[in-house]
Structures are given as structure tokens and as C-alpha cells.
Design a protein around this ligand. Structure first.
Ligand SMILES: [Zn+2]
Length: 248
């Protein structure tokens, strides 16, 4: 190969290498463009999501504040306009039931559930908000399953259940992969309930029917009242009704 030819070959090779690197540069430029397009699309989505979230929060803030200390029990029926005042969140539990709960109550539950998971305790929502018709259905089911006397003890008449507020939740457990759902099965895990009950006030919940000999113990039935009230009610071992009466 003569010197000229050699130079030509070198020049040619150089040209090939240069065009390859140009191509590579284009390729990477294209990737960059694509990436930044994807990034800006993601950023856009994120902005939209946070705007949507802000909208929701704004809407929630615009709603008149509901009374988280409302007393609904066998002496105090749920106010007739309550249902239109509350916002409900929806979830589907592990056995496939639809469950609704008041939005702030549900958020507090989720936070508590996360903490319980860390402690190896798995809770699920059996029941939250109930319409009057749903409460009647429970009485009918309990009567059929356990008898009328049991139904009277464990289920309140429509209108008088704390579940109508959306602020009361019934929990059930999954222990070692086994679902404990029925009341008699739930009673078999006092040590699990102890862990759950210890966390309640920190998340704004109280136990409506504690094991104090005064009410029929329902370890699964928790009620959202907000942290301040929950701490005081629990520490003093008083009822929500007594707390509200005191505060006027
Ligand atoms: Zn309940």
C-alpha cells in the first residue's frame, strides 16, 4: 500500500469513526430529548396530581367542619342531616367487602394500620359507615346467627349506632395468615388487641366499649374523636359522653 492510499484509508476510517460518533451523539441526544420529554411529562403529571390533591383539600376545607365529638348511642340518635355533612372514603377489605368511612377517620386508620404492620399486627376494616338500612341488616343477620338476645346486645337499633357517623370502625384481624372475622374468633386474641389498643389515642381513636365491666366489651369497635380528646378520654378512663358533657 502506497503512502497516498494509506492516507486515504486513514482519512476514510477517520470519517467512518467520526460519523459513528456523530450517530452515537445523535442517538444519545435523541435519548436525552426523549428523557427530558418523559421527565417533563412526569413533572406535568405530578403538578396535575398535586393540584388535584390541593383542590380536594380545598374542597374539604370549604366543607363546614363536622363535630368529631358527636355522641351517638342508645340515648342519642344520629342527626338527620349528618349524612350530607360528611365526606366518605371507600376501601375494599381482604374478604372483598366494600367499606366506607369518614375521610379523616379513614386517613387516621391507615396511619395506625401502617404502624401496626411494623409491629407484625395485621388489621382490616370489617365495617365503617353504615346507613340505617345496613344497620337493620346486621340486626337481622345477628338474630339469625346468634339469636335475638345476642343481636340486642351487640347491635344497636337503626339510628342509634355510632356507625351512622362514619367515625366508628370495626376491625378484624389476620393472625398468622388466618382471618379472624367473627366476633367469637376475634375474642381469642387478647394480646393482639392489647397492642392495637395501646396505639389508639396516638391516632385519635378511643375504644367505645372498653373492658371495664360497665359496657359489653367490643375490642374491635373503635371511634375517631381526634388526638386531644382521645388522649384525655383514654387516660382518664371516661366515656365520650362524659367528656363532651364536661367540655360543654
Ligand atoms: Zn362497631
Amino acid at each position: 500500500m502506497g503512502m497516498n492510499n494509506y492516507r486515504k484509508l486513514l482519512a476514510c476510517l477517520l470519517a467512518v469513526v467520526m460519523s459513528m460518533s456523530l450517530l452515537a451523539a445523535c442517538g444519545s441526544k435523541k435519548d436525552n430529548d426523549q428523557e427530558s420529554a418523559e421527565e417533563s411529562a412526569a413533572a406535568q403529571e405530578q403538578t396535575e396530581a398535586s393540584e388535584k390533591e390541593a383542590d380536594e383539600e380545598e374542597r374539604e376545607a370549604e366543607r363546614p367542619e363536622i363535630d368529631y365529638l358527636i355522641v351517638v348511642n342508645s340515648n342519642n340518635p344520629v342527626p338527620s342531616d349528618w349524612e350530607e355533612k360528611i365526606t366518605l372514603s371507600y376501601t375494599c377489605n381482604s374478604v372483598g367487602d366494600d367499606v366506607y368511612a369518614e375521610t379523616r377517620t379513614y386517613k387516621a386508620y391507615l396511619e395506625m394500620k401502617d404502624e401496626l404492620e411494623k409491629q407484625g399486627v395485621h388489621v382490616e376494616l370489617d365495617s365503617g359507615f353504615r346507613s340505617l338500612a345496613a344497620q337493620q341488616q346486621i340486626i337481622d343477620d345477628f338474630t339469625e346467627k346468634y339469636g335475638a338476645s345476642y343481636a340486642r346486645t351487640y347491635a344497636t337499633a337503626p339510628g342509634y349506632s355510632e356507625h351512622h357517623t362514619g367515625l366508628a370502625l370495626d376491625l378484624y384481624l389476620i393472625v398468622d395468615g388466618v382471618t379472624a372475622y367473627e366476633n367469637e374468633d376475634l375474642m381469642k386474641y387478647p394480646e393482639v388487641w392489647e397492642k392495637i389498643h395501646a396505639l389508639l389515642p396516638d391516632y385519635g381513636f378511643i375504644l367505645s366499649y372498653p373492658n371495664n365491666g360497665k359496657t359489653t366489651y367490643e375490642p374491635w369497635h373503635i371511634r375517631y374523636v381526634g388526638k386531644e380528646a382521645a388522649k384525655e378520654i383514654t387516660e382518664r378512663g371516661i366515656t365520650l359522653e362524659a367528656y363532651v358533657a364536661e367540655k360543654g
